[in-house]
Design a protein around this ligand. Structure first.
Ligand SMILES: *[C@@H]1O[C@H](CO)[C@@H](O)[C@H](O)[C@H]1NC(C)=O
Ligand SMILES: *[C@@H]1O[C@H](CO)[C@@H](O)[C@H](O)[C@H]1NC(C)=O
Ligand SMILES: *[C@@H]1O[C@H](CO)[C@@H](O)[C@H](O)[C@H]1NC(C)=O
Ligand SMILES: *[C@@H]1O[C@H](CO)[C@@H](O)[C@H](O)[C@H]1NC(C)=O
Ligand SMILES: *[C@@H]1O[C@H](CO)[C@@H](O)[C@H](O)[C@H]1NC(C)=O
Ligand SMILES: *[C@@H]1O[C@H](CO)[C@@H](O)[C@H](O)[C@H]1NC(C)=O
Ligand SMILES: *[C@@H]1O[C@H](CO)[C@@H](O)[C@H](O)[C@H]1NC(C)=O
Ligand SMILES: *[C@@H]1O[C@H](CO)[C@@H](O)[C@H](O)[C@H]1NC(C)=O
Ligand SMILES: *[C@@H]1O[C@H](CO)[C@@H](O)[C@H](O)[C@H]1NC(C)=O
Ligand SMILES: CC(=O)N[C@H]1CO[C@H](CO)[C@@H](O)[C@@H]1O
Length: 781
């Protein structure tokens, strides 16, 4: 609104200003007014309306804020683009019409509701934060106008979001200036409705994806966040969206900050601060159309370095750009892949965010199968998806280019992409039973070593060649006849797999290649004994350096930071490689090896997988891992996921910063674990105190990075797996100085608990040293 203050010929009305007292009212009646310094407080005292100056500004604005919070968090502003430069502001109700905000000294008009009233008008601040103008007609009250219809930058619980630009949520210019900023988001009713976030008038930054009955397709975690619920009512342009809190006493808000990030935050009374639950866009794949038309953004591909792929049946439009990691040109249909109206079919893309649906067609009563048939009938239909995962009925069909598709790690929904008959045939061959593919690979260079070569290489497993011992067995150094140095792991337990299956698994795992994973060359089988052959790395393992003051001097902070990033990337690759999803389950300092250039290489990955099926299910009765690194849900309940690896990563990060073992007592505070210690310091704002300053002296700029790393470490060790970031979040947070959420209280596994657990642990004698208990079996079978 480019409304300049308008001079208004005010009628000669004498306004009775409200009594200036703290026993405030929530209502302004006709012929009453609210002057600067006076406030309305809602009946439950949740919200306050009055005049305020944001940040370091001296301008005065009429707004609404939370009554009881220590900082003034403004959720709505009336005159955001027309500030009052003194304290002469006066809010009143005009007997003819709506509310007016004007200056009592100059009579300039700063804001008005511009509605006409027939009965007796009355304005009231409701407890949920809605400022309403009512018309009284006897006992009846009709709402003429409400602030919930005209949001500023914040959406509160129970606020019914409507479609159209008048109801857009628009960012402030800066924290000092609530004027309409660059970014806004709207509920777009076209096609299948979705929230679309813009910068400027035309640049789409992010979209929520269409509503799928449970969540917005692009915010799949909504289905898991239990403290709030949401309802979308789709009825053409009358579409509405509202979210609410299951516990109405909670305080929460969804706000668009001046940088164009949408944040969901919850007030935590116990610690007295806001907890940022989620924010969008969060990672590269969240940015609208990151991989161009018909591209698919997959952050879990090849270490997340270049996330763009093409949708099934498509190939890069500009292959050279893709080679240079620029996916913005998108993809075109393969030359052999022209669609026809016969012989086409669909390829299912799992865990997807449904592409832009503004041009889609929503069929709320149509079954998914019928939807596919309908799509095939129209030559311009290119994909379809369910529009209601809750009921299973309802679908959305898409036409033309598919824009802004991405995939999630475990969430998301199925997207059916139309392809021609050639593509279908090719994919059918690829989906043939796995063994067949493996036979094709048989000629590849993954060796199955001859046992005699291994005996020769390791000097018959002589003690002098022994490098170490861990939960899965002993490791020996060896030199093959051609001079290649190797590390041979002799597996201690007999795997429950058959030999062929074991070989096949090794072939698969050995195909995982990433610069932050130790290379697995192959395996060797001799009777019941199974061995794994790895590349040999010169510079031992991380624990050798970080837990020793003298050796620690060889790893300065920039090197350690590179190591932290390398480990995160290696883990991300394991978790999200499209072929095998591997959860490491025993990430710790001694499993991170260092090559000649001190690059970190995760070792022992895939071991859990090689050990047989009962351990690769999500709930295991054989807990492998190392205390101090194990997440509570894994150590106690045997439940593991990528989030239990994220936990171990968090512990490792804190160890790298502090030079302290997580599972060892600290001299100064023997009863307290590393995590608990860090948490205590964090709460007191002394995060940097954990850093071992004798080995890691820093400048102010490295201090900042270290503090971020402490925070990321704490985010990873939060009690609830849902709260922990994924490794792709972690890689992003390490690489980008974005705002980080505040960590919640971490899971403490205290020393006392280890001792209790030891009594039921068997196989714990593998490592004789003090507190380093490696547990191979928690519940004997
Ligand atoms: C409001 O003020 C006008 C003008 O002074 C007067 O005519 C009218 O009766 C007043 N209304 C109420 C409800 O007091
Ligand atoms: C308020 O602070 C911002 C940034 O801190 C600064 O750029 C601006 O000039 C300040 N404005 C006033 C009125 O002091
Ligand atoms: C305040 O704004 C009024 C117009 O609304 C203008 O006439 C006046 O000069 C301004 N005062 C200052 C100190 O800027
Ligand atoms: C008030 O509303 C009328 C009709 O809706 C419109 O023509 C007029 O421009 C509006 N005035 C202001 C100040 O917004
Ligand atoms: C959320 O749940 C509460 C309590 O069950 C219910 O009253 C409210 O209507 C729900 N809100 C939405 C937006 O679904
Ligand atoms: C597919 O369509 C393109 C453009 O219309 C055409 O150049 C190409 O020859 C077609 N390919 C086949 C196999 O029909
Ligand atoms: C195919 O779908 C498009 C987009 O909805 C529509 O414009 C077109 O008329 C349809 N064609 C046929 C033959 O139904
Ligand atoms: C390994 O043992 C075999 C016999 O068991 C022996 O012939 C050979 O010399 C040994 N090799 C080494 C390097 O000790
Ligand atoms: C790592 O290994 C290389 C090659 O063996 C060696 O030159 C270097 O000194 C080692 N670095 C450390 C820190 O031990
Ligand atoms: C490491 C990482 O994810 N870096 C990203 C930081 O954010 C920019 C865009 O905002 C991406 O291009 C980078 O890939």
């Amino acid at each position: 609104m480019e409304l300049q203050p308008i001079l208004l010929l005010l009628q000669l009305i004498t306004f009775i200003t409200l009594p200036f007292s703290s026993s405030s009212t929530d209502t302004i009646s006709i012929n009453q007014s609210l002057a600067d310094g006076q406030m309305l407080v809602s009946s439950g005292e949740r919200h306050t309306l009055g005049f305020f100056s944001p940040g370091n500004s001296t301008n005065r604005y009429l707004g609404i804020w939370f009554t009881k919070l220590p900082d003034q968090i403004v959720v709505w502003v009336a005159n955001r683009d027309n500030p009052i430069n003194d304290t002469s502001g006066l809010l009143s109700i005009d007997p003819q019409g709506g509310m007016l905000l004007h200056s009592k000294s100059t009579a300039a008009l700063f804001w008005s509701t511009n509605v006409s009233v027939l009965g007796t008008p009355l304005a009231r601040l409701l407890d949920e934060g809605n400022f309403v103008l009512l018309q009284q007609d006897g006992a009846d009250e009709t709402v003429l106008w409400q602030s919930f219809d005209y949001p500023t930058d914040t959406v509160l619980p129970n606020m019914v979001r409507k479609t159209g630009p008048d109801h857009a949520v628009r960012s402030w210019k800066s924290s000092n200036d609530p004027a309409t900023g660059d970014c806004y988001y709207v509920l777009d009713p076209r096609g299948s409705p979705e929230l679309i976030l813009y910068r400027g008038r035309a640049t789409k930054l992010w979209r929520s994806g269409p509503w799928n009955g449970i969540a917005w397709s692009g915010i799949p975690e909504m289905a898991r966040i239990t403290f709030f619920n949401a309802t979308v009512v789709i009825d053409g342009s009358d579409t509405t969206f509202v979210w609410g809190l299951r516990n109405p006493d909670m305080i929460a808000r969804f706000y668009l900050d001046p940088t164009g990030t949408l944040n969901r935050a919850v007030w935590q009374d116990k610690v007295g601060r806001w907890n940022l639950i989620a924010y969008y866009p969060k990672e590269q794949c969240d940015y609208y159309g990151n991989c161009g038309p018909n591209g698919n953004c997959d952050p879990y591909r090849v270490a997340g370095d270049f996330p763009c792929t093409c949708l099934p049946g498509f190939e890069p439009r500009f292959p050279n750009d893709w080679y240079l990691r620029d996916g913005s040109g998108g993809c075109v249909r393969k030359r052999t892949g022209n669609l026809s109206c016969g012989g086409d079919g669909f390829v299912k893309l799992e865990n997807a965010k449904v592409p832009d649906t503004t041009m889609a067609r929503l069929n709320v009563d149509m079954d998914l199968d019928v939807c596919g048939e309908e799509c095939l009938k129209n030559c311009s239909c290119t994909a379809y998806a369910s529009s209601n995962l809750a009921s299973g009925v309802g679908c959305v069909t898409l036409y033309g280019d598919l824009v802004d598709t991405r995939v999630f790690a475990g969430d998301g929904q199925d997207l059916y992409v139309r392809v021609d008959a050639t593509e279908l045939g090719m994919r059918a061959r690829m989906l043939a039973p796995r063994l067949e593919i493996l036979y094709e690979d048989k000629d590849s260079s993954v060796p199955i070593f001859d046992v005699n070569d291994i005996f020769d290489a390791t000097g018959n497993f002589s003690l002098g060649n022994k490098l170490g011992q861990g939960g899965f067995g002993s490791v020996y150094k060896g030199v093959l006849f051609d001079g290649q140095e190797i590390a041979v792991k002799r597996l201690s337990q007999t795997s429950r797999q058959g030999i062929e299956e074991f070989k096949n698994e090794v072939r698969l795992v050995s195909k995982l290649q990433h610069k932050n994973l130790a290379r697995l060359f192959g395996c060797c089988i001799h009777g019941d004994e199974k061995m794994l052959v790895y590349e040999y790395l010169q510079n031992r393992s991380l624990d050798f350096f970080i837990f020793d003051k003298t050796q620690g001097l060889q790893l300065d902070w920039p090197r350690r930071f590179e190591i932290i990033i390398g480990i995160a990337r290696g883990l991300l690759y394991l978790h999200q490689d499209s072929r095998l999803k591997i959860i490491h389950r025993d990430l710790k300092a001694s499993n991170v090896l260092l090559d000649a250039a001190m690059n970190p290489k995760i070792s022992d990955f895939g071991l859990a997988r090689l050990f047989g099926e009962d351990q690769t299910e999500a709930n295991t009765n054989r807990v492998v891992g190392t205390y101090g690194y194990m997440s509570p849900e894994y150590a106690m309940g045997g439940l593991y996921s990528t989030k239990s690896d994220a936990f171990s990563f968090g512990v490792l990060t804190l160890e790298i910063l502090s030079g302290r073992r997580s599972n060892q007592c600290h001299q100064e505070s023997p009863s307290i674990s590393l995590i608990a210690h860090v948490w205590e310091l964090w709460k007191e704002g002394r995060a940097m105190d954990i850093v071992d300053s004798s080995t890691l002296g820093g400048s102010d700029s490295t201090d900042q990075v270290m503090t971020r790393c402490v925070q990321i470490g704490l985010l990873c060790v939060q009690e609830s797996p849902v709260d922990r970031p994924t490794m792709s979040d972690v890689v992003f947070m390490l690489g980008n100085a974005t705002t980080l959420p505040s960590p919640k209280k971490p899971a403490f596994i205290l020393q006392g608990k280890y001792d209790d657990m030891d009594t039921i642990a068997t196989g714990s004698s593998a490592i004789p040293s003090t507190n380093r208990v490696t547990l191979s079996t928690l519940v004997p079978r």
